[in-house]
Design a protein around this ligand. Structure first.
Ligand SMILES: [Zn+2]
Length: 228
């Protein structure tokens, strides 16, 4: 199977959400960032821009700079169970609002204990990491595992230290994980296991953000060419 996708999504297995889309209005620039928020007013955009600034700080301080413009759009509903979607090519991120995210969260997720606003910010970080990594050339048909590795690691990294500690307490952080354990099949079949593996693998690197920098420079690719 060749995985060709230009949409990176974070989904749960919950049922389809119903509801109307947030009414669309202007694109409002988040000051000092390449990110624009589609919102009804500057007041509506302000809290999202604050979250964007924090997310970009999480990314930048771990060698994941966002170097191109992206528009963030909040929705009351997304494709079945999804929290957020990054549309490459269109340079758009769609996210559930925090209120709709609250209802859509998977109670069995490893991050189910994280409060919803913090979780919303982590999903924003996840999708912005996809946008940043999208600038890195992929030598194969698909770099899905590498894309999702960077996004999931940055998502967890965005959390408060106490939340990271609680998450890690339920994860086997010590058994050494090989590069091959981070693969697209685990991501597609068991996304929560992928999240735990990605974080444990990242934390096992001698220089975790240096490793992310090697991924962002194209020196390290977790995917492999697949002949089928
Ligand atoms: Zn993703």
């Amino acid at each position: 199977m060749v995985l060709l996708s230009c949409r990176f999504i974070l989904c749960t297995l919950l049922a389809l959400l119903v509801g109307a889309q947030v009414s669309l209005a202007d694109d409002i620039d988040c000051p000092g960032t390449p990110v624009t928020v589609r919102a009804g007013s500057s007041a509506d955009a302000a809290p999202i821009c604050t979250a964007v600034t924090d997310a970009l700080q999480t990314l930048r301080t771990c060698n994941v700079p966002l170097t191109h413009s992206v528009t963030v759009i909040q929705r009351d509903t997304l494709k079945s169970g999804c929290m957020g979607v990054y549309h490459c090519g269109e340079e758009e991120i769609e996210l559930l609002t925090p209120a709709t995210m609250e209802a859509a969260r998977n109670p069995d997720s490893s991050l189910a204990f994280v409060d919803t606003q913090t979780y919303f910010n982590s999903i924003l970080t996840h999708e912005l990491a996809h946008a940043a990594f999208d600038a890195v050339p992929c030598p194969f048909d698909s770099c899905l595992a590498t894309h999702e590795y960077v996004a999931h690691v940055m998502q967890v990294r965005s959390l408060p230290a106490a939340d990271i500690a609680r998450f890690e307490a339920a994860v086997d952080m010590d058994t050494p994980l090989s590069r091959e354990s981070i693969n697209p099949f685990i991501y597609l079949m068991a996304p929560d296991a992928f999240l735990r593996r990605a974080w444990a693998h990242y934390r096992q690197r001698p220089d975790p953000c240096g490793y992310i920098g090697e991924i962002m420079s194209g020196k390290v690719v977790l995917d492999r060419e697949r002949f089928e």
